[in-house]
Design a protein around this ligand. Sequence first.
Ligand code: HEM
Length: 500
Amino acid sequence: LLFLVFVIKCRRSSNPLLPTELPIIGMLPSLIANWNNLHDYAAAGLSASGHNFELRGPPATSVRYLVTCSPANVRHVFTTNFTNYVKGEELAAVLGLLGGTIVTADGESWRLQRDTIHRVLTRPRLLASLSRCCRDKVAGGLVPLLSHLADGRTTFDMEDLLGRLVLDITVIVVFGWDPFCLAASMPPMHVAAALDTLMEVAMRRHILPVSCWRTMRWLNIGQERKLAKAEAVLYRFVAESIQKKMASDSTGTGDDIISYYINDPNPDPEFLNRDREPTDFLIRTFINFMVAMRDPMGSALSWLVYNLATHPHAMLAIREELAPIVATRKSGDGVVVFDPDETKDLVYQRAAMFESLRLYPIAPMERKEVVADDLLPSGHKVQAGSTILISTYSMARLEQVWGDDCREYRPERWLSSNQDGSGHTLRHVPSHVFVAFNTGPRACLGKNISVALVTSIVATVVWNFDVELLDSNTVKPKLSVILQMKNGLMAKVKRRPEDD
Ligand code: HEM
């Protein structure tokens, strides 16, 4: 009987690009076989199935997802029928320490957290301090280190280096102190490694049956053991950073994010208890700030540098766009450091960044839980309690939307010529088609900040150095909730001659 069921099921999924479903174990073997290549496997399956397919795990488990990359479905789920699609309790469990914070919260709790974070991130003093901090770190840390590496013609991991820069900026802006990870001695980065573990294990938890990873957690074995250690490292780091700030700065300068929460004369009891001590929720909220800032900016920077290094025409176009700014500077020691305010509106720079985020979205897979039965624009019925996975990675690879060259890095697709022939403007692409910053009421609150920071950092690197990758073929996405690189980004840099 089992054999018959097997034959029938295999016949049904005769498309070799779709996962094969087996009795008892469902599609798990196909997923495990393609574990190291899961995003491309999903993209191929979605393309072969007309942009939607059902992913089924063992029948006794809750692994039963509708996987989609259809922009019409995305608009429906994230905007038109927003209240019917929530993050859900299972996601809160999958993300462990982040459970209950803005990335997993729903309803009133989410709205209140979003309002607070929006107020914090739009304070002019914070924005000024962010720009200053970014510029100082690039001028005093990144450029000297790259110059040193250039002089020695040393091979180094660019992803690691940019990750150090972003971690320093994040800790300064969030907690008001500098961990000096970007230093020639390359100190170990336990916090960064712990953040990476959080995201990698979350990806496994998405796919594995809940009972499976819960048992591993209970037994404290495998990846779950690693995660428990990483959570302890993060929790301690954030709790100590908050204590340090509270002890040192009772009046508060307001230039960092934590000051906003701890110096409130009428503190929210969710954040500070009656003795004005930080609550568990405040600590987890600040782990979330670390994740929201460090992870996406580190990933966005690395993929952008990779794309520019492998597409010299785009590198040249950025330098051409920067040349008029450099021309207005008094000549100094030859090194030019760009301010976020100078680069954030440059059209080609933005196009280069968006094109990189299109192909390598920092959140390659989104997850939503259905509140009440509904019909998606694609014609698929979804039931209350079921889960939808949205492959944003596959959305960039839709030929109908982005054209036959959708897999190519081509910033020019973002440009439209001005009618008076005076150059280009950035083409508007609806956010349910280009979902790198999410779409609808939960769109990213840090988009403008990140564009300013990422463009200025990349402008400084590209203007002052030539980047040569060691082997661009080894650069692949790692399986994680955040799209980082699997083997790093091994590179060498050369100072650019001033008259180039
Ligand atoms: C290139 C950089 C960035 C990219 C591509 C990016 C992208 C995203 C995406 C895709 C989401 C949705 C995540 C989800 O719901 O699963 C998101 C949410 C969010 N982002 Fe960003 N982000 C970036 C930088 C930042 C920065 C620097 C901040 C500042 C702290 C920030 C703050 C947030 C917050 C608070 C949310 C939650 C919004 C909500 O659920 O209502 N992001 N971001």
